[in-house]
Design a protein around this ligand. Structure first.
Ligand code: ATP
Ligand code: MG
Length: 466
């Protein structure tokens, strides 16, 4: 390697956050960066040029992954380690160690280490808190952290009514359920409602997000660990065991590493789990609910969701419609959030001006119900009088949407007109609480014409008052 190239590589390796430790075929350190030094509690100078086993005397030929990889020529990927470093700090890392091969022969090995100390501490904390909470839930039903019920699901549009019927029915069965829907559509709310309407309502409800956790950590959290599963591991039940006789909700299942998805499938099929580092199977009686934030079939096609797991889970499949597909729910949801947040924010009897209602109905809500809730909460904060006007709404909500490129070029006129007609009719209906006769009068068309157009454009009919 030329001097220049070497300088470039050293600069690159010096700039990454991961710890990097490279050794030659004998085990002598040829590269060691600052993050690695930080985790090990050493200085770079103390390590470079010296043999790994000399620097870390607690390791030996068998336990050092670098030495092991040099010997076997096979990589060790994503291995979790917890150790006390030279400064006395407890550190958790996830390491990958790969052989450096020249002409097929190992000439050294490099270890890349990610510091997971904070994540690990959080994971332990989550499991401990879940244990506390589920213990409390089991003993005390007046628990202040009340779970959502079916009646908390606001919305009378056709898709929402169908969803509520499906939730009510499915909550009484033991089958696993796959809940899909965009962000903010109410997946967690539905999961909680399934639990509180079902036979397991006296048992614990435990929710865990599967995204952004390395595989071994998530596995330990879900299935538990035995002492010695990895350095520093304690005997501890996982979330499956904590959810015994209750419900376990795994959020963002499509972000779970595929290897773990296989273990999850096995747990569901056998009704038993194995703690990490233990051989014994422990029976668990848990109802599994899982969510995916995109079309589940798409996650399967993208290889992010195992097909066999998908088949097992989608026995009961609930799809939460995005808010833009059920705009008739917007007025009722708005009222709901005014009632929910108004009192605390000093806003009693707040109303929404027709102009602001138009904005709420015209916007397409990529963040769905959560975004609407935040918009209302934000408006209540800005309010001076008792009326929410467009200027109290977030900028994107009150800005008329500029047409996207494919809308500008070659939209059939009929389609464009139908969308306009749909918007005007939905808005008129909202202004008159779904009263078709009054909306028709405002639009200056006969009531029968309006009803006919509503049918043609698939706009839901008058909704019943609460
Ligand atoms: N139908 C509904 N009625 C009342 N509130 C709702 C409804 N749907 C969603 N919400 C509210 O919107 C917020 C977001 O809901 P939730 O957390 O269940 O969404 P999610 O689908 O799990 O989103 P993410 O994918 O981002 O986790 C919550 O405050 C919830 O109470
Ligand atoms: Mg959620």
């Amino acid at each position: 390697m030329s001097g220049n190239n070497e300088a470039i590589f050293r600069a690159i390796l010096g700039a990454v956050d991961e710890g990097i430790h490279a050794v030659d075929a004998e085990g002598r350190t040829i590269f060691y960066n600052q993050p690695a030094a930080g985790m090990d509690g050493m200085t770079v100078e103390e390590v470079v040029g010296r043999h790994v086993l000399e620097v870390f005397p607690s390791l030996n030929d068998q336990t050092s992954t670098l030495m092991q990889v040099i010997r076997t020529g096979r990589p060790v990927i994503d291995k979790q380690q917890t150790f006390t470093n030279y400064r006395g700090r407890r550190i958790t890392t996830v390491n990958s160690t790969i052989p450096i091969l020249v002409g097929g022969r190992p000439v050294g090995a490099v270890e890349v280490a990610k510091d997971m100390t904070t994540v690990r501490r959080m994971a332990d904390r989550i499991v401990a808190l879940q244990a506390q909470i589920s213990g409390r839930q089991a003993g005390d039903h007046s628990s202040p952290s009340r779970l959502y019920r079916l009646e908390d699901l606001v919305g009378l549009s056709q898709p929402m009514l169908a969803l509520k019927r499906a939730v009510a029915r499915a909550s009484l069965t033991p089958s696993p359920v796959l809940i899909s829907g965009e962000t903010g559509t109410g997946k967690e709310l539905v999961a909680q409602a399934m639990h509180s309407e079902g036979h397991r309502r006296a048992g614990p409800f435990i929710a865990q997000n599967c995204a952004a956790l390395p595989e071994t950590l998530l596995e330990g959290m879900m299935f538990g660990t035995a002492r010695g599963a990895f350095t520093g591991a304690q005997h501890r039940p996982g979330l499956f065991e904590l959810a015994h006789q209750g419900t376990l909700y795994l959020d963002e299942l499509n972000s779970m590493p595929l290897g773990l998805q296989a273990k999850l499938l096995r747990a569901v099929e056998e009704g038993a789990v194995t703690r990490l580092g233990e051989a014994r199977r422990r029976p668990v009686d848990v109802r599994l609910l899982a969510s995916v934030s995109s079309e589940p079939g798409l996650s399967v096609a993208q290889g992010r969701l195992r097909q066999d797991l998908y088949y097992r889970l989608h026995v009961v499949s609930l799809r939460l419609p995005p808010l833009r597909e059920r705009k008739e729910d917007i007025p009722r949801l708005t009222e709901h959030f005014l009632a929910k947040h108004g009192p605390a924010l000093g806003g009693h009897d707040v109303t929404v001006t027709p102009e602001a209602v138009s904005c709420l109905l015209a916007y397409d809500w990529p963040g769905n119900v959560r975004e609407l809730e935040h918009a209302i909460e934000g408006a209540l904060n800005l309010l001076e009088g008792g009326k929410i006007a467009p200027e109290h709404l977030p900028l994107p909500v009150r800005t008329p949407r500029s047409p996207s490129p494919d809308e500008r070029t070659g939209v059939p006129l009929r389609y464009a007109l139908e969308r306009l007609e749909e918007t005007l009719i939905t808005q008129a209906l909202a202004r008159h609480q779904g009263n078709v006769a009054r909306a028709a009068r405002e639009l200056e068309i006969p009531r029968q014409t309006l009803q006919y157009r509503m049918k043609a454009l698939k706009i839901a009919g008058p909704v019943l008052g609460r």
